[in-house]
Design a protein around this ligand. Structure first.
Ligand code: SF4
Ligand code: SF4
Length: 285
C-alpha cells in the first residue's frame, strides 16, 4: 500500500505524521519504506540514522540553439510555457533557470536548430535507517524551478515494500500531484486555524479530483475551533487522529526524536491510525 502524507501548507506536521507512522509500522514487523518527496526541503532524515547505499543525479535536457541554422522565426518562444526561451530581433536566448526541460522548443523548431545538453537539477538517494526502515529522499538543487522530475525519479527507483509512506511537498501544485500519483490513500494533515482550514479545502479538492481515498489528521488540535470539524462531519470525511498541544511531543520533536518511540500512548494511536486506513480502503464505495 502507498500512503501519501500531505498538507495544504508547510509547517503543519506532515513530517511528524509520516516519520511516526513509518516507525510504528516497522516496530509492528511490517516491511516499511519512507520516501521524502518534499524535495525543496527534505527533513525526515533528521529523525533517523540513515545509511545511504545508492545515489543518482537527476538531469533535465536544456536547449542549445545553433545560431547558424536559426532563422529567428519565433516558434520556440511561442511554444515555451515558462518564458525560458526568448527570440530577440537579432538573437535567441535560453534562460536556464526558467527551463523545465520539456523539449517542446526542440520539437517545434522548423530548422532543427535546437539540440539538447543535460543539466543536473538534483538527486535521489536510497538506503536504510538504523532500525531497518527502507528510506528514499529527493533533493532539488537551490534555484531550480520544479521538483516534479526529482519526485518522478524517486518513485521510479523506490523499492518494493508492504507499506510505502510518502512525505509529500506542501501545497497543492504540480509536485504534490506527482507525488500523489498511484497512491492508495492520502493522509491530509492540517491544524485548527482558519488558515489550516482554508488550505485543507484546497488539498481536499486535489485528492477528490484524483479519486484517492483519504482522511484527515488535525495537528495542534484546538477543540474551540469548531468550523473545520463541523465541515468534515458534514462532508463525511474521516478524522483519523487529533494531535493536541502536548509539551512532551514538543520536547521530543525539538530534539529530533520520534515521539511515539518514547510515548507508548502515541505508539498505540499511530497503530490505530493505520488500522483505520485499512478499514477505509476496504470500504467499497
Ligand atoms: S524555432 Fe528554431 S529557427 Fe525558430 S527561432 Fe527558435 S531556434 Fe530559431
Ligand atoms: S525545453 Fe521546454 S521549458 Fe525549456 S526552453 Fe524549451 S520549451 Fe521552454
Amino acid at each position: 500500500m502507498i500512503i501519501n502524507v500531505l498538507s495544504g501548507k508547510g509547517g503543519t506536521g506532515k513530517t511528524t505524521v509520516s516519520t511516526n507512522l513509518a516507525y510504528v509500522l516497522h516496530e509492528e514487523g511490517k516491511d516499511v519504506q519512507l520516501l521524502d518527496a518534499d524535495v525543496e526541503e527534505p527533513n525526515t532524515h533528521i529523525f533517523f540514522d540513515i545509511e545511504i547505499d545508492f545515489e543518482k543525479s537527476v538531469d533535465i535536457l536544456l536547449p542549445v540553439v545553433d545560431k547558424e541554422k536559426c532563422t529567428l522565426c519565433g516558434e520556440c518562444a511561442r511554444v515555451c510555457q515558462f518564458g525560458a526561451i526568448v527570440v530577440f530581433p537579432k538573437t535567441v536566448m535560453v534562460f536556464d533557470y526558467l527551463c523545465h526541460g520539456c523539449g517542446a522548443c526542440a520539437m517545434v523548431c522548423p530548422e532543427k536548430a535546437i539540440s539538447e545538453k543535460p543539466k543536473s537539477i538534483g538527486k535521489v538517494s536510497f538506503g536504510k535507517t538504523k532500525e531497518g526502515i527502507k528510506y528514499g529522499m529527493g533533493l532539488l538543487n537551490i534555484g531550480e524551478p520544479s521538483g516534479v522530475r526529482i519526485i518522478r525519479e524517486l518513485k521510479k527507483e523506490m523499492r518494493e515494500a508492504q507499506v510505502t509512506i510518502i512525505d509529500s511537498p506542501p501545497g497543492t501544485s504540480c509536485p504534490v500531484v506527482e507525488s500523489l500519483r498511484k497512491s492508495d490513500f492520502a493522509i491530509l494533515v492540517t491544524e485548527s486555524t482558519p488558515f489550516g482550514f482554508h488550505d485543507l479545502k484546497m488539498a481536499l479538492r486535489v485528492v477528490n479530483e484524483m479519486k484517492i481515498k483519504h482522511g484527515v489528521v488535525i495537528n495542534r488540535y484546538d477543540p474551540d475551533f469548531k468550523d473545520m470539524e463541523d465541515f468534515l462531519k458534514r462532508e463525511n470525511i474521516p478524522v483519523l487522529m487529533k494531535i493536541p498541544f502536548d509539551k512532551r511531543i514538543a520536547e521530543h520533536y525539538s530534539k529530533g526524536e520520534i515521539f511515539s518511540k518514547h510515548l507508548k500512548d502515541w505508539k498505540e494511536k499511530f497503530s490505530e491510525l493505520y488500522k483505520e486506513i485499512e478499514k477505509i480502503r476496504s470500504d467499497v464505495k
